[in-house]
Design a protein around this ligand. Structure first.
Ligand code: 7TS
Length: 411
C-alpha cells in the first residue's frame, strides 16, 4: 500500500517507459515537454498491442465473441475514467478525441442551445486557444460577447474582477484548471461556487490538471470537465468529456450518425441514451481501452504522490532557474503545477530550444497556443520545460547545464 508520503522510486518508474531509454543527438534523452504530450508506459503499449492482436472488433454491434470482448473492455475503460474523475455515473463520461474536441462539443451543443444576443461567456487571460476560439466563434454567431478575467503579474486570476464580470447576462464560465504556460492552479471550487450562486454553469479545461493531481468533479462542483488521454500517459485521439447527467440529457447531439440513435425512419430519429448520444460513429476503441490502462497506471502510482513528487521537482527547478542571470520565469503563482516557462535576455526562445535539443533536452518553445497570454506578458514566445512524475532532479541539472551552454553561445 502506497501513501502520499512513501518513497517515490523514480528510477523504477522510468523503467516502465521505453522511450526514455534512448540517446538523442548522442546524449541521454531528457524529456521535458510533458505539457505537450506525455510518454507512454509499457502497460499502455502492451494494452494497445493486445487489443489489436487479440480483440479487434467493433463495439456494441456484434453478438460474436470478439465484439463482446471489445465492448466489455471499452465499457470498462469508461468506468475507469469515471472513477478517476469521481463522476457519479458512467453515463456522465463521454469519450471524445481530446480536450479540444470536448470543448467544441459543449460549445456546439450546450452553447448553441443556450446562448442568445447580448449574452456573455466568461473565460480567462490564460486560456489555451482551444478554450477561446470555440466560444469566440459561438459568440460571433449568436451576437453574444466574450468576457475575459484578467490576471496579475504572477499569473493569478483577479477574483474580484471575475466577480464583477458575473452578471445576469453570463451564460457560461469556461476556465482552465491549470495553465499550460504559467502552471497556475486556479481555485476552481471558488470559481464554481461564485458562478453557481448566480445560476451559471462552469466548464473546466482539465488538460493540464488531470495528468498531475487528483481530480474530483463532484468536489469541484463543475458542470463539465474535459481532459486529453495523450497527456495522462494514454494514446492520442482519445479524451474525456465529463458532464452532469441532467445537463447532458437536455443537450442536443453534436454530431449525427450510427451509434448515437435508438431508431431511425426517414421522418424522424430517436436518439440513444447517454453516453452514446454523444458518441456517433465507430469510436476510438483502442484509444479508449489504452486510456483505461493509462489511468490505471497513474492511479496505481497515486495522483497525490505524483502531485507531491512533481511539486518537489518544481521547487527545485524554480530555485535553480531563478539563480540564472538574464533568465526570467513567466508564471510565479503561489499555487503552481510543474511548468517552468522562461525567457532569456537577448536570446529568442526558438534558439534556446534548438541548442537544448543538441544536448538531448526536449522542451517546447513558442506561444503554446496561448497568444493572448503572451500579449499580456509582452513576449512573443517563451521556452517551456514541463515536468512529469518520471522526471528527476538530475534532469533539471542537465537542463541548467544546457541553459549555461545557451548563455555561452550567445555571449
Ligand atoms: N487546453 C489546455 C490547457 C492545453 O494545455 C491543451 C494542449 C489543450 C487544451 C488542447 O489539448 P488537445 O489534446 O485537444 O490538443 N496543450 C498543449 C501544449 O501546451 N503544448 O502542446 C499542446
Amino acid at each position: 500500500m502506497t501513501t502520499a508520503t512513501s518513497a517515490f522510486d523514480v528510477a523504477r518508474i522510468r523503467e516502465d517507459f521505453p522511450v526514455l531509454q534512448q540517446m538523442v543527438n548522442g546524449k541521454p534523452l531528457v524529456y521535458l515537454d510533458n505539457a505537450a504530450t506525455s510518454q507512454k508506459p509499457q502497460s499502455v503499449i502492451d494494452t494497445l498491442v493486445h487489443y489489436y492482436t487479440s480483440d479487434n472488433s467493433n463495439v456494441h454491434r456484434g453478438v460474436h465473441t470478439l465484439s463482446q470482448r471489445a465492448t466489455e473492455d471499452y465499457d470498462a475503460a469508461r468506468s475507469t475514467a469515471r472513477q478517476f474523475l469521481n463522476a457519479a455515473s458512467d453515463q456522465e463520461i463521454i469519450f471524445v478525441k481530446g480536450t479540444t474536441d470536448g470543448i467544441n462539443l459543449v460549445a456546439h451543443s450546450y452553447g448553441r442551445q443556450h446562448l442568445g444576443p447580448g449574452d456573455e461567456i466568461i473565460i480567462s487571460t490564460m486560456e489555451h486557444h482551444s478554450n477561446i476560439i470555440p466560444w469566440q466563434v459561438l459568440c460571433q454567431e449568436k451576437g453574444a460577447h466574450l468576457r475575459v478575467i484578467p490576471i496579475n503579474d504572477a499569473g493569478e486570476l483577479l477574483i474580484d474582477e471575475y466577480e464583477r464580470l458575473l452578471t445576469p447576462r453570463t451564460k457560461l464560465v469556461s476556465i482552465t484548471h491549470v495553465s499550460n504556460v504559467l502552471g497556475t492552479i486556479n481555485p476552481i471550487e471558488q470559481i464554481v461556487e461564485m458562478a453557481h450562486s448566480r445560476g451559471v454553469p462552469v466548464l473546466v479545461d482539465g488538460a493540464q490538471a488531470a495528468p498531475h493531481m487528483a481530480v474530483d468533479v463532484q468536489k469541484l462542483g463543475c458542470d463539465f470537465y474535459v481532459f486529453s488521454g495523450h497527456k495522462v500517459c494514454g494514446p492520442t485521439g482519445i479524451g474525456v468529456l465529463y458532464g452532469k447527467s441532467d445537463l447532458l440529457e437536455a443537450m442536443p447531439p453534436y454530431q449525427l450518425g450510427s451509434e448515437m440513435i435508438k431508431s431511425v425512419t426517414f421522418e424522424r430519429t430517436i436518439y440513444n441514451d447517454l453516453p452514446y448520444k454523444f458518441e456517433p460513429g465507430t469510436p476510438h476503441i483502442a484509444g479508449a481501452i489504452g486510456l483505461g490502462a493509462a489511468i490505471s497506471y497513474i492511479s496505481d502510482i497515486g495522483m497525490d504522490r505524483i502531485f507531491a513528487y512533481e511539486s518537489e521537482l518544481l521547487r527545485y527547478g524554480t530555485e535553480r532557474l531563478s539563480a540564472i542571470g538574464g533568465l526570467t520565469l513567466i508564471g510565479t503563482a503561489a499555487k503552481k503545477g510543474s511548468v517552468l516557462s522562461f525567457v532569456m535576455d537577448g536570446v529568442h526562445p526558438h534558439d534556446i530550444g534548438t541548442i537544448l535539443d543538441a544536448e538531448g533536452i526536449a522542451i517546447r518553445t513558442g506561444h503554446h497556443c496561448a497568444q493572448p497570454l503572451m500579449d499580456r506578458f509582452g513576449v512573443p514566445a517563451t521556452a517551456r520545460a514541463s515536468l512529469a512524475f518520471y522526471n528527476t532532479k538530475e534532469e533539471i541539472d542537465v537542463l541548467v547545464k544546457g541553459i549555461d551552454r545557451v548563455i555561452e553561445v550567445f555571449s
